[in-house]
Design a protein around this ligand. Structure first.
Ligand SMILES: [Zn+2]
Length: 142
């Protein structure tokens, strides 16, 4: 029997941070970029307040892995500033911004959204529920 998932919060991201995220993907093209979105969880929404770009140390066009030292520094910063990790973002330089099987498998926490920038700068956001299941996130700019 399928258990109903609780309603997931809407993600709200400032226009400027979304534009920076898309610019990051363009700058790394044809390699995949990666980074984090952090902020505050309120009763109705995940409010993104900070973008933390990371280095894809694989330097690949079809896969990413965040530089471990930068990831550690990002976690320290979020803890210091009282922020929660809301999303991991990366780009798909040559394919639709839809999670791959690898993206689902490597998802660390289903409460952390997966944000993907496609080849034309189109952004989609997802909740990765398991290795086989994903659902598109509700989100808006502010
Ligand atoms: Zn991917």
């Amino acid at each position: 029997m399928k258990v109903n998932m609780p309603t997931r919060p809407r993600i709200r991201i400032p226009d400027l941070l979304l534009a920076e995220l898309i610019a990051h993907a363009a700058q790394e093209h044809p390699l995949e970029c990666c980074g984090l979105l952090a902020g505050i969880v309120t009763p109705g929404a995940c409010e993104v307040t900070v973008r933390i770009p990371l280095t894809n140390h694989l330097k690949r066009e079809d896969e990413f892995e965040s530089d471990p030292a930068e990831m550690l520094a990002a976690h320290r910063r979020m803890r210091r500033e009282g922020l929660e990790m809301l999303a991991v973002y990366h780009s798909h330089p040559a394919s639709e911004p839809v999670p791959s099987r690898k993206d689902r498998l490597r998802s660390i926490d289903e409460r952390v959204a997966c944000v993907i920038v496609g080849p034309t700068g189109d952004v989609r956001m997802w909740w990765l529920l398991s290795a086989h299941e994903q659902t598109e996130a509700n989100w808006e700019t502010k």
